[in-house]
Ligand binder design. Structure first.
Ligand code: SAM
Length: 302
């Protein structure tokens, strides 16, 4: 049987020329900076593994450097979601050069519903090997951070991009504007999470632990508890979780977080009000009371 011919994009203007042609100067206030070197974008896309026959979701394609490398990777289809209208004509040019391969959505990756975008037939059971669904993107930190938190929750709930199974992600993280500072991270969701507690609970423990990232961990973790019981409850949490209170948040391992989440869960089961506690709300109420008291004292002194 003859093997089907591998698709390659025809010769096209370079990304630099596309940027000039469509006047796509990077908007620095949106942390836009573009990958111009196709050897670099090919390298990023190779980190995703074998994309033959894959359905790929690219977030924030911009002028289309990574997009070209994905289109040349023998994929089944590529869906791109781009927020900035200026990039749509350049992407349309790629769409014409790769008939039937590229779908362009002008939208926001934070709200786009990817779960209905690919055929049902690509779905795999969670316990199976990952489906042929890949997420690839080079986004600014301001977007990638909330997006990754959203995707972590999607993984826990097996919805969003993970309605297809354990979809893989290959994302770049830019430290600075310079291209050489691009780091690529490839993720595959585990079959069993390392911390078996509800996502919101894990998120709350982690967020609090990093509240004061340069201080000892007991400071941030203490904020999980109302002021009146803070000292005692934080001591109990750390003792039962067997954690040195003078470790910094960045020194805590996944295993430490597992123990913290398990013990915090136990404490929430003992005290059903605890999970809803929010130290910022307690601070707000305290401030309001102080202002009211000062106003009362002022009125009395007249
Ligand atoms: N992927 C391109 C590259 O590597 O050259 C562009 C990278 S640039 C750092 C980030 C891109 O993400 C820009 O094109 C920007 O318009 C787009 N973007 C930012 N926020 C977005 C959002 N919420 N939804 C969709 N696209 C977004």
């Amino acid at each position: 049987m003859a093997a089907s011919a591998r698709f390659r994009l025809p010769p096209l203007p370079t990304i630099r020329e596309i940027i000039k042609l469509f006047r796509l100067q990077a908007a620095k206030q949106l942390s836009q900076n573009f990958l111009l070197d196709l050897r670099l974008t090919d390298k990023i896309v190779r980190k995703a593994g074998d994309l033959t026959g894959a359905h790929v979701y690219e977030v924030g394609p911009g002028p289309g450097g990574i997009t070209r490398s994905i289109l040349n990777a023998n994929i089944a289809e590529l869906l791109v979601v781009e927020k900035d209208t200026r990039f749509i004509p350049g992407l349309q040019m790629l769409c014409d050069a790769a008939p039937g391969k590229l779908r362009i959505v002008h939208g926001d990756v934070l709200t786009f519903k990817i779960e209905k975008a690919f055929p049902e037939s690509v779905k795999r059971l969670w316990e199976d090997d990952p489906p042929k669904v890949h997420i690839i993107g080079n986004l600014p930190f301001s977007v990638s951070t909330p997006l990754i938190i959203k995707w972590l929750e999607n993984i826990a709930l097996k919805n969003g991009p993970f309605a297809y199974g354990r979809s893989q992600m290959t994302l770049t993280f830019q430290k600075e504007v310079a291209e050489v500072d691009v780091g690529v991270v490839h993720f595959t969701p585990l079959i069993q999470p390392k911390i078996q507690q509800p996502f919101k609970m894990v998120e709350k423990v982690v967020k609090n632990a990093f509240q004061f990232r340069r201080k000892y961990c007991y400071r941030g973790l203490g904020m999980l508890f109302p002021e009146a019981q803070r000292l005692e409850s934080t001591g109990r949490l750390l003792q039962l979780a067997d954690i040195d209170p003078t470790l910094r948040p960045t020194q805590l391992s996944v295993l430490h977080f597992k123990s913290l989440c398990d013990i915090y869960r136990m404490m929430c089961d003992e005290d059903p009000q605890l999970f809803a506690y929010n130290f910022r709300e307690e601070l707000r109420q305290k401030k309001r009371k102080t202002v009211e008291k000062e106003e009362e004292e002022e009125e009395e002194s007249y």
